[in-house]
Ligand binder design. Structure first.
Ligand code: PEP
Ligand code: MN
Length: 309
């Protein structure tokens, strides 16, 4: 474990560890690091217009202020590519093809189709759209539709992607890889800031320890990282993702409550209109009802801990 040392603060990560109030990141009237908690919710994968619209309606009602959804999925294994599946609207049946995964040009085309109706739904419900970028060459295409670029945990060291994101005027939400130290995460923030990219938000999404696997959970929630980031990097908004941190539906709310109590500036949580049948991550998605309960509870906790005071 590489701790953050005074030498790092002075010489390696001076911009990431600047002292001062939160650098509030504004997106279409919503904020990361502002007085209100940023609540980003939505499915792991945008599956169809009907699905994303239903979810948008539920999360809006439940108190979300951003919507999330992936159109490219990193996936641990290539099988089960969400873009291979049939759109439940029945409009975009993509048909069969050979091989484990789609050719890239086909994948990009289908991703754009999904992003375009995702963006329409985001506008309809006044929820800024957060979506993960996986391929640097898709940045310009994605910019037409997304409000915030999510960088998945597998990509925090992807120089090509970071280079592509230095020049976007959309904020970047950077997820911490489960095997990295906070020093390494802040090193990536430093790379972005040193090149003038200032609207960066980080997201804690669970770490690896030897005792976290089935039947309990895939990762473990590092609540302490939230306090540490607020101490060492006080200007950078910090989100918490309970869904990937735990990989277990029933832990999503309790860990979110813990994270907000520890000082998280918001949550990014997977919510689905039919959680058990979600294309990807059916084990961790919660439904709209549970989401609404969670939001009520975490907002209450935020008040108790004097958030934004
Ligand atoms: C996600 O948020 O959709 C995701 C894939 O998360 P992570 O990069 O943290 O695994
Ligand atoms: Mn997921």
């Amino acid at each position: 474990m590489k701790d953050i040392k005074p030498n790092d603060i002075e010489n390696n990560i001076p911009l990431a560890t600047q002292r001062g109030p939160k650098n509030v990141v504004e997106v279409r009237g919503r904020q990361f690091g502002g007085k209100d908690l940023a609540i980003v919710a939505g499915p792991c994968t945008v599956e169809s217009r009907t699905q994303i619209r239903d979810i948008a309606e539920q999360i809006k009602e439940g108190g979300a202020n951003f919507i999330r959804g992936g159109v490219f999925k990193p996936l641990t294994f290539p099988y089960g590519d969400p873009l291979k599946k049939q759109d439940s609207d029945g409009k975009s049946t993509f048909g069969d093809y050979e091989g484990a995964t789609l050719p890239y040009d086909e994948m990009f085309k289908r991703a754009e189709e999904r992003l375009s109706y995702f963006a329409e739904v985001g506008r309809e419900f006044d929820l800024p759209v957060v979506s993960e970028i996986l391929y640097a060459e898709t940045r310009e295409m994605m910019e037409k539709y997304v409000d915030v670029f999510q960088v998945g945990c597998r990509h925090m060291f992807n120089c090509d992607l970071m280079k592509a994101l230095e020049d976007t005027d959309k904020p970047v939400m950077l997820k911490r890889h489960p095997g990295t130290s906070l020093r390494d995460l802040l090193g990536v923030v430093e790379h972005l800031k040193a090149r003038g990219k200032d609207d960066v938000v980080v997201c804690e999404r669970g770490i690896v320890t030897p005792y976290t696997h089935d039947p309990n959970a895939r990762w473990i929630t590092d609540v302490q990282a939230i306090a540490a980031l607020n101490e060492f990097a006080p200007t950078i908004p910090v989100l918490f993702d309970p869904s990937h941190a735990t990989f277990k539906r029933s832990y999503s709310n309790p860990m979110s409550r813990a994270a907000v109590a520890a000082g998280a500036d918001g949550l990014m949580v997977e919510v689905h209109n039919d959680p058990e049948n979600a294309w990807i991550d059916p084990l961790n998605a919660i439904d709209g009802k549970e989401f609404a309960k969670m939001v009520k509870q975490v907002r209450h906790i935020a008040e108790v801990v004097d958030r934004g005071q």
